[in-house]
Design a protein around this ligand. Structure first.
Ligand code: WTA
Length: 565
């Protein structure tokens, strides 16, 4: 019982541009005939109904656990979880958060949540107490699924809406609001699914902008149309593939690209838990015979540090057919390394939390231009526009913008309609990246236009870090920027001024770094801190990050007319 035949993949880009029609993609879904919509039916249950139930959906490995789950098992276990949630009173549209490291339970819970029509909120496991609280509070989450090791970071008492904390791995509970996953899973084993509207909420991803607290990016079930197509055309998924995406499900790449795109196409997914380890990663590629591999530039650069020939002598990577990268600019140097070491080209693709799936890509059927992020997915109108939203001709740098709406597009910013409106300009969705398009239609990434920082492919908002810094008793003011780094793309640097009575010292700087690390998240803590007498501010008192950046890079500071005396 095949899911994908030859025709599923992209063979001729120009032809696809002519013939592409999202309605043809919609016809691939059972709901186009039955009218019954739920992404889980298309990603899991349908494979069972159509005779692919024995196929492995998930191979999980982390050094201590090693388990595989078929589509039938995923259907049964996620039904149990969905029934369990219902027994707790969870209803369609409620927010159920996932705050835990990768494990089979994380994916069973994710699918279980979507199955019963609730909205899943994945949180990166590195977040500390205050970051977790902000996100749970804003979303009004009623349930969070976590682990014994992470539960202490959830301040239940300060979150009146939060009713239940499900412990995925514990055997005993300590608080009245805690529920054991293992007990919840015994509620009922009956198959269940809740039909939803195509525009009903599915996943709420918290992400950062340059001002304000993190925002909840709402995706709906309709995203499946785009995610399925990205699987076929961008990730080039084929019948029998073994697919591994290294992204954490706390970020959009780990859910949309990590499991939804492949499962919608009936493809087996590998998930590796635990931290980065070059040898373990190569061993995982070999052990499962991974054919399509999706990772990120920082990870490739870490592997590069291990050398070129050595991995090939130690590991058999001959099954690899297609390799993908997203999340940060992919240096041509990394592509060259990939040709030597993995013996395949690494294909860059561009997207962001708000786009819900891949937008621009170096497609397998097109000539690859190293350093470019490729061409738009047929069906997507991508352009470079000026600050008034007028399209610019080729080779002019401007704002990377997308014509609304595409199926996986963000549908709302949770609780903040005015923030949602800010994305749109003259009929375009403006991404916040600057880029240009060459004469042949390839797009080239330049930079973020706003102050969002991209460190190791993780998106960090300077405001959240600054707010945390000024909570430290020694810090009077703080301005945070990303500075270029050969390994991580960017690292976080904080400029601070000190309150009276504090003296600059290495010990104090270290203490401040730890302060952010333990309250916000390790990946959001500044690696570099510079103390200044005062920081550049506008007349209205806003720190001018642009000036900090110019200081850092030794560039002219530009127009300072709004700077305070
Ligand atoms: C950056 C991650 C260069 C970009 C999927 C974007 C990239 C931000 C690429 C979104 C790429 C993503 N080349 N830069 N191929 N892909 N970015 O929301 O600045 O975590 O705006 O989504 O990552 O990060 P986010």
């Amino acid at each position: 019982m095949m899911m994908l035949d030859e025709r599923a993949n992209l063979k001729n880009y120009e032809e696809a541009l002519q013939t592409m029609d999202w309605q043809n993609v919609e016809r691939q879904f059972t709901w186009s005939k039955t009218g019954n919509v739920n992404i889980v039916y298309e990603a899991i249950d349908r494979h069972v109904v159509e005779g692919r139930g024995d196929r492995v959906a998930l191979h999980y490995t982390d050094g201590s656990r090693e388990e595989s789950y078929t589509f039938t098992e995923m259907m049964q276990l996620s039904s149990r979880f969905a029934n369990g949630l219902r027994s707790l009173g969870v209803q369609k549209g409620d927010r159920v958060f996932l705050f835990m490291p990768r494990s089979p339970e994380l994916y069973i819970a994710l699918i279980g949540i979507l199955r019963m029509g609730a909205i899943a909120g994945p949180l990166f496991e590195a977040f500390m107490e205050e970051a977790v609280k902000d996100r749970l509070e804003d979303s009004g989450a009623t349930v969070v699924v976590t682990t014994a090791a992470l539960v202490s970071r959830i301040r239940s008492r300060e979150l009146p809406q939060l009713q239940h904390v499900i412990l995925a791995d514990a055997v005993e509970k300590n608080e009245a609001n805690q529920i054991l996953y293992r007990e919840l899973m015994t509620t009922s084993d009956a198959y269940t699914i809740e039909w939803v509207d195509r525009e009903d909420g599915m996943i709420l991803n918290y992400t950062s902008g340059s001002t304000g607290k993190p925002k909840g990016v709402l995706h709906v079930h309709d995203a499946m149309i785009h995610q399925k197509l990205a699987g076929q055309w961008v990730y080039d998924l084929q019948e029998g593939d073994i697919y591994w995406c290294t992204a954490d499900p706390g970020w959009i790449t780990g859910t949309s690209g990590g499991v939804l795109s492949p499962w919608l196409n009936g493809v087996t997914v590998v998930v590796r838990g635990g931290r980065f380890d070059a040898n373990e990663w190569y061993a995982t590629l070999e052990k499962y015979g991974v054919t399509v591999w999706f990772s990120a530039p920082t990870a490739f650069r870490l592997l590069m540090a291990k050398g070129e020939r050595q991995p090939l002598q130690t590991y058999n990577l001959s099954k690899l057919r297609h390799v993908l990268s997203a999340g940060e600019p992919l240096n041509p140097e990394v592509i060259r390394w990939g040709m030597e070491t993995l013996q395949v080209r690494i294909h860059d693709n561009w997207w962001m939390t708000e786009t819900g799936s891949s937008i621009c890509a170096n497609f397998r059927c097109n000539p690859l231009r190293p350093g470019s992020m490729g061409k738009p997915l047929p069906g997507i109108t991508l352009a470079i526009v000026d600050d008034e939203g007028n399209e610019l001709p080729p080779n002019r740098l401007g704002n990377l913008a997308i014509k609304p709406k595409w199926p996986a597009m963000v549908r709302a910013i949770w609780n903040q309609p005015q923030k949602y409106e800010k994305y749109f300009l003259n009929g375009w969705f403006v991404t916040g990246d600057s880029a240009y398009k060459d004469a042949d239609g390839y797009f080239w990434f330049e930079a973020r236009v706003d102050d969002v920082i991209n460190t190791s492919g993780e998106r960090v908002g300077p405001f959240e870090v600054e707010s945390k810094l000024v909570e430290h008793p020694a810090v009077a003011e703080a301005g945070v920027i990303g500075v270029p780094d050969p390994l991580r793309g960017e690292v976080i640097k904080a400029f601070i001024s000190l309150r009276a009575g504090y003296e600059e010292s290495d010990a104090l700087k270290e203490e401040i770094k730890q302060f952010v690390k333990t309250r916000l998240a390790a990946h959001a803590a500044p690696r570099l801190i510079e103390v200044r007498q005062t920081l550049p501010k506008t007349n209205s008192g806003k720190i001018m990050r642009r000036v900090l950046k110019a200081w850092e890079l030794g560039l002219p500071t530009g127009d300072l007319s709004t700077m305070e005396e």
